[in-house]
Write a protein that binds this ligand. Structure first.
Ligand SMILES: [Zn+2]
Length: 447
C-alpha cells in the first residue's frame, strides 16, 4: 500500500503551500486572521476590551496591517499576570465562558514572581509548530521519538508530543525512569529522535559514558530541544552533536506564546525561520515604532490561539529580522543570528542578577499600588543599583503609604533577594502613556 505520505516524503516542506506562499498573499492571510482575532478578543476577552477601549480602537478600525501595527497597543507579561492575580486564576486574560475548550493547563517556568498561567484548546495543539522544523531537517514518519522528560506544566514538550503524533511517527515516553534506565531503553527500542532539554541531552550522554556506552553509537540521529537557549549557541550545539553523533535541532520560542516558534533554516544555520502559520511577527523600536525589515529591535509576536491569544506580545528579545525569500524556498520571516540580546538588560546588584521585568512583576503583584511605576537603574557606590517610584492606588489613605513602602521593599528582599530603594510618589503623579509606557530608565552610563 502506498500512502499519500510516501508520495510526498521527499518534499523539503511539511506544508509547501504555506511555507512558500508569496509574501503578498501571506500578508493578506495574516490581515484576515488578525482582523478576526481582534474582533474575537474585543468581544470575548475582557483584558483586551479594556485595553482597546483605553486606546480608543475598535475592531472595525483595523483595515490594513499598518492599522494593526500602529493602532493596536502591545501587551507585556506583567499586564497579563496582573489580570490573573487580580482575579485568579485567569482574570480577564481568556475568553469568557470558554470552559468547554479548556483542554490543557500550562504555566511558564519563570524564576521570579508569579508564573503566567495558560489555558489551551486541543485545536491549537494541532498547529504542528515543531513538525515544520523536523520535516525541513529530514525527520519523517518512519522515525521514532524518545521523550526523555516527565510531562509537567511546561508547555513546549507537550506540543512536541502532539506534533510527533501528527507527523505519524512512533512515540516512546520514558516518564518516571532513571537516566540509566533511559539509556537502556534507547539501546533496546532504538528510537531515532531524542527530545530533551540541551542540559539533559548532555547528561544522558554522560551517564551512558559511565555505563560504558558511547551515545554516538546509539540509534539516535537527531536531538531536538526547547526550554533553554542552549543550541542557539554554536559551541553547545557542537558538543552535543559530537556526543550523540546526531544532528541537533533547536527550537526558539517563548512558552508564553503558544506554538509561535522559530527554528534553524536547513540552508543557513545562522537563520531562524518563524512559523508564520501560527504567529504574526513585528519588530518595534524603543518608542514602540515599527522597525523596517533588515533592522534590529524588539521581537513582538501575536499568536493565533483560540482561548488565550497573546496579541502584540512583547518578548523583550532583540532580533534582526528579514522578510525577503530565503534560498531554502521559504518565504517565512527569518532572524539573523537568532536572539541578539534582551531589552530588559540584566542588572547585577551585589552579585545577584536582577531583571527589570521581575521588579515590574513584583510591583504589579503588590496590593494597593497603581499600575504606574518607574524603575531607575543607576550606578551606585557598590555597582548597579535600582530605585523604583511607585504610586499608591487612589483609594489607599495617605497614612497607609509608609506601610506600602515597607511591604514592597520586603517583597523585593524576599522574592529576588536584594535591597531596592522604594519611593512612594503622590497618587496619579507619574506620567500616563497612550500606547506604550516608558517605565524603565537605564541611567548607568549617564552622569
Ligand atoms: Zn531558509
Amino acid at each position: 500500500m502506498q500512502l499519500y505520505t510516501d508520495q510526498v516524503k521527499d518534499s523539503p516542506y511539511w506544508n509547501e503551500y504555506l511555507e512558500t506562499m508569496p509574501r503578498e498573499k501571506l500578508d493578506q492571510l495574516h490581515l484576515r486572521r488578525l482582523q478576526r482575532l481582534i474582533k474575537h478578543a474585543y468581544e470575548k476577552i475582557p483584558m483586551y476590551q479594556e485595553l482597546y477601549d483605553k486606546a480608543n480602537v475598535k475592531p472595525e478600525d483595523i483595515k490594513t496591517l499598518d492599522d494593526f501595527r500602529v493602532k493596536i497597543p502591545s501587551i507585556d507579561k506583567p499586564d497579563v499576570v496582573k489580570s490573573q492575580t487580580d482575579n485568579p486564576p485567569f482574570g480577564g486574560s481568556i475568553v469568557k465562558g470558554s470552559e468547554e475548550y479548556h483542554t490543557f493547563y500550562f504555566q511558564t517556568s519563570g524564576t521570579t514572581g508569579t508564573p503566567l498561567k495558560e489555558i489551551g484548546y486541543y485545536r491549537d495543539m494541532l498547529s504542528t509548530g515543531w513538525v515544520f522544523k523536523w520535516w525541513a531537517h529530514g525527520i519523517r514518519p518512519v522515525d521514532s521519538f524518545y521523550f526523555a522528560f516527565p510531562f509537567g506544566t511546561f508547555m513546549a514538550f507537550w506540543c512536541a508530543y502532539y506534533d510527533a503524533v501528527a507527523l505519524g511517527a512512533q512515540v516512546v515516553t520514558s516518564g518516571g525512569l532513571t537516566t540509566e534506565q533511559r539509556v537502556r531503553q534507547i539501546q533496546e527500542l532504538k528510537p531515532t529522535v531524542l527530545v530533551a532539554t540541551p542540559t539533559y541531552a548532555m547528561r544522558i550522554a554522560e551517564v551512558a559514558r559511565d555505563m560504558g556506552i558511547d551515545a554516538s553509537e546509539t540509534s539516535i540521529k537527531f536531538v531536538t530541544s526547547a526550554g533553554e537557549p542552549g543550541y542557539v549557541l554554536p559551541t553547545i550545539r557542537e558538543v552535543t552533536e559530537k556526543a550523540w553523533g546526531a544532528k541537533v535541532l533547536d527550537l526558539y520560542g517563548l512558552s508564553d506564546l503558544w506554538g509561535s516558534t522559530s527554528w534553524h533554516c536547513p540552508s543557513h544555520l545562522d537563520r531562524l525561520h518563524l512559523t508564520e502559520s501560527i504567529a504574526y511577527p513585528m519588530v518595534l523600536d524603543e518608542d514602540g515604532g515599527m522597525v523596517p525589515e533588515g533592522g534590529k529591535g524588539e521581537w513582538v509576536l501575536t499568536n493565533y490561539a483560540t482561548v488565550m491569544p497573546l496579541i502584540k506580545y512583547r518578548t523583550h528579545d532583540i532580533v534582526e529580522w528579514h522578510k525577503e525569500s530565503c534560498d531554502c524556498g521559504r518565504t517565512w520571516t527569518w532572524l539573523r543570528d537568532g536572539v541578539l540580546g534582551r531589552t530588559d538588560q540584566m542588572v547585577t546588584i551585589k552579585g545577584t542578577n536582577v531583571y527589570p521585568t521581575a521588579i515590574q512583576t513584583i510591583i504589579g503583584e503588590t496590593a494597593g499600588l497603581s499600575e504606574n511605576l518607574e524603575i531607575y537603574i543607576v550606578t551606585g557606590p557598590g555597582g548597579d543599583a535600582v530605585n523604583v517610584k511607585v504610586e499608591p492606588a487612589p483609594d489607599v489613605p495617605a497614612e497607609k503609604h509608609d506601610d506600602l513602602k515597607s511591604t514592597l521593599a520586603n517583597e523585593f528582599r524576599y522574592k529576588i533577594g536584594v535591597a531596592i530603594k522604594v519611593e512612594i510618589v503622590p497618587p496619579k503623579s507619574l506620567p500616563r502613556y497612550e500606547v506604550k509606557a516608558k517605565r524603565v530608565f537605564d541611567n548607568r552610563n549617564k552622569k
